[in-house]
Write a protein that binds this ligand. Structure first.
Ligand code: FCB
Length: 440
């Protein structure tokens, strides 16, 4: 059996390990008085999601949360990165509060503390309340205010006990993947919608940070996703296309949140579609950060394509693939740890998501996942040795769950979930990590 050789003993003493999930992917959205979200709307349209699956039941974490937290504690993890659902806290997105929702997150946070786990809260992991989507969602500038209000309501209740908070998971997915590529809710394919979302996501981040600072909360950060953009060939056109991809994916939000600037090469395409006066918002978007989180999974081969800006097409190279069809490329994680440090200097960094999908069954060891995690931990370790202030590593995901447009088929968990019986079965990777994290 494969081992995780890069375990706790390898890393600095205060290095933290964790697992992550998100609300809509595990909770069971039909329970507990949550409001409808744009993911329910998106999934209801045939063709958007495999088998039109949605998060109505998911892992029924709302019922099983105590046993799920036990699994995290028993695995020897330090951090649980979870998210709260806006629509569970405020079913209409604005106005009335669902007390049962706030009570749930309150109990969940206490449950983590009782088990010695650090609660790492994300305020938005993609389930926008439908009534706000009907008002234009991320295209509407008012979303920054709606999000600030939700932040205040949730954080007044649990902000005193969470260990860290990030406003928005993966701004690129919220904006570009969902408004330009159309793969995620609301499924738009529109450059103007995308440009507006690319800006309003940052603005909402900034407003939420201000609200949390005013409440006296600390350890506030941002979680961005990064994808290693490699040119498909040596041609200058492919190099330029990879640069554009890199700008949209990896430099836009980081530049805005850390430096208060958007990259010029991306503005070439987006400037005509940006909301009027966007320049005046940059100071709000650039809020002091206490840490930066990197979600990293894969690389892409980018070619020039004769189509409208950004004139590119995405390809897969010849590295081994995960169940998602994503190349396994630990080198990219190493690259981004240095890349992000070139923006953030001494700021503590965390790998806030890393992991792989595999067609697991409960009785077959997920050797591929063990190797994936070990190789990425080794890349992280190398970066630390070279001076990157990386302080922790969080696996996606604790358990198999609703993988968005790909439904329940893609299994990312350290723990197998039978979606009929809801039985949880720790996989070999869970046991391997537990052995590697044991303090002796
Ligand atoms: C990330 C998401 C997470 C999960 C993983 C596989 O982009 O944050 O919810 O879907 O990918």
């Amino acid at each position: 059996m494969t081992d995780i050789t890069h375990g706790r003993a390898h890393f600095p003493q205060d290095f933290l390990f964790g697992v992550a999930t998100s609300a809509y992917q595990i909770e069971g959205h039909a329970q507990g008085g949550a409001g409808r979200t744009h993911w329910d709307d998106f999934a209801a349209t045939p063709g958007n999601v495999i088998r039109a699956e949605d998060g109505a039941r998911a892992c029924a974490h709302l019922e099983h949360w105590q046993a799920d937290l036990d699994l995290i504690r028993d695995g020897g993890f330090d951090i649980y990165r979870f998210s709260a659902s806006w629509a569970r806290v405020m079913p209409e997105g604005r106005g009335a509060v669902n007390d049962a929702g706030l009570d749930f997150y309150d109990r969940l946070v206490d449950g983590m503390l009782e088990r010695g786990l650090k609660p790492a809260l994300t305020l938005y992991h993609w389930e926008l309340p439908s009534p706000l989507a009907d008002l234009g969602g991320w295209r509407n500038r008012d979303i920054a205010g709606w999000f600030a209000d939700y932040t205040e309501i949730l954080c007044r209740r649990i902000g005193d006990r969470v260990w860290s908070t990030a406003p928005i998971n993966e701004p690129w997915c919220v904006a570009w993947l969902s408004h330009f590529l159309g793969h995620h809710a609301p499924g738009l394919r529109d450059i103007r919608a995308a440009a507006r979302a690319m800006h309003h996501v940052g603005l909402a981040h900034g407003r939420a940070m201000q609200v949390m600072r005013a409440l006296g909360m600390g350890n506030l950060g941002a979680v961005c996703n990064f994808e290693y953009a490699l040119p498909f060939s040596d041609s200058p056109d492919d190099h330029a296309a990879a640069q554009r991809y890199d700008g949209i994916y990896n430099r836009w939000f980081l530049g805005a949140m850390v430096k208060g600037d958007y990259p010029a090469d991306v503005l070439e395409g987006l400037a005509p579609h940006m909301p009027t006066g966007w320049q005046d918002d940059m100071a709000t978007i650039r809020q002091p950060l206490d840490w930066l989180g990197l979600n990293y999974y894969t690389c892409k081969r980018i070619a020039h394509a004769d189509q409208p800006w950004p004139h590119l097409s995405e390809h897969v190279g010849d590295l081994p693939l995960t169940q998602m069809g994503w190349e396994i490329c630990p080198e990219g994680l190493h690259h981004f740890l240095h890349f992000v440090q070139s923006y953030t200097g001494d700021l503590p960094l965390y790998v806030t998501e890393n992991g792989m999908a595999n067609p697991d069954s409960p009785d077959q060891p997920d050797e591929a996942r063990i190797a994936y995690l070990n190789d990425h931990l080794a890349a992280a370790h190398r970066a630390i040795a070279e001076g990157v202030p990386l302080k922790g590593y969080i696996v996606w995901s604790l358990m198999d769950n609703y993988e968005w447009a790909l439904g329940y088929e893609k299994r990312f968990g350290l723990v197998h979930v039978d979606f009929d019986s809801l039985k949880r079965s720790p996989k070999a990777s869970y046991h391997a990590l537990r052995a590697a994290l044991a303090r002796n």
